[in-house]
Design a protein around this ligand. Structure first.
Ligand code: UDP
Length: 236
């Protein structure tokens, strides 16, 4: 039996680059797709929100002279590109995935609604929820918190390149140790970077636990979903 029946998986755009400096690394994408398929095959309902930082970030557009709102819209479109890439790869490894978008974009993806996502779950699809929140000045961390709460996920799984939350930056401080579990209050008081503050607050206020884990190690998503003690769990 899985520990979680329904999860929201947040994947950063940057992680999709792998060791490249820009864009989508197909090897990384393939390992992500296989991991998603592996847990969907076990009957777990998986919603996915992907970032866009591997292609475009609104703030970096501002430094190049773009208007912030336009830059953020470009960033949100970048998340749609990543979402289509993941959908296509999940299909190519034999899985099923649907893309929902925060703003109208048919036929690229169906307009997001909670009911459509739940229906997709019933039909055995992973639901990739693209386009962030649809609003500028937000992040995909916040989009994942929002969608996680909306679809009543039991946990928000934040797949990153590091294996959890540390007392300090492990690359700078050799004495840094990893937390297995930490409360929202402790994480806040210690100013630990779990997610951006808007996303963190949303999860905390709605009692949506966050698991930070290393998604780049194949099999880890399944381990988390089946309750193995890896990564860091942030809860009430
Ligand atoms: N973005 C936005 N509203 C949202 C989500 C994302 O405007 O609700 C834009 C924003 O410009 C952001 C970009 O999309 O920089 C890419 O998202 P994010 O930086 O969260 O991606 P990640 O860091 O996870 O790769």
């Amino acid at each position: 039996m899985s520990k979680y029946k329904r999860v929201l998986l947040k994947l950063s755009g940057e992680a999709l680059m792998g060791n490249d400096t820009y864009g989508i690394n197909t090897e990384v994408l393939n390992t992500y797709a296989l991991q998603v398929k592996e847990v969907v095959d076990q009957g777990v309902e998986v919603g996915i929100v992907i970032g866009g930082g591997n292609i475009f970030r609104g703030l970096s557009g501002v430094s190049k002279g773009f208007d912030r709102v336009k830059g953020d819209q470009m960033g949100m479109l970048a998340t749609v590109i990543n979402s289509l890439a993941l959908q296509s790869t999940i299909e190519s490894v034999g899985g099923k995935a649907k893309v929902f978008t925060a703003t109208k974009m048919e036929p690229v993806g169906e307009l997001y609604s909670k009911a459509k996502v739940l229906e997709a779950f019933r039909q055995g699809y992973a639901a990739i929820i693209a386009g962030g929140t649809g609003n500028p000045f937000f992040t995909t961390d916040t989009a994942s918190a929002l969608r996680g709460v909306e679809i009543e996920a039991e946990a928000l799984l934040k797949g990153t390149r590091v294996d959890g939350i540390y007392t300090a930056d492990p690359e700078k401080d050799p004495k840094a140790t990893k937390y297995n579990t930490i409360t929202f209050d402790q994480a806040y008081e210690q100013r630990l970077k779990v997610m951006d503050l808007t996303a963190f607050t949303m999860c905390s206020e709605n009692n949506l636990p966050i698991v930070v884990f290393d998604m780049n190690t194949p099999g880890n998503l399944k381990k988390i979903v089946f309750g193995e003690n890896i990564g860091t769990l942030v809860k009430k």
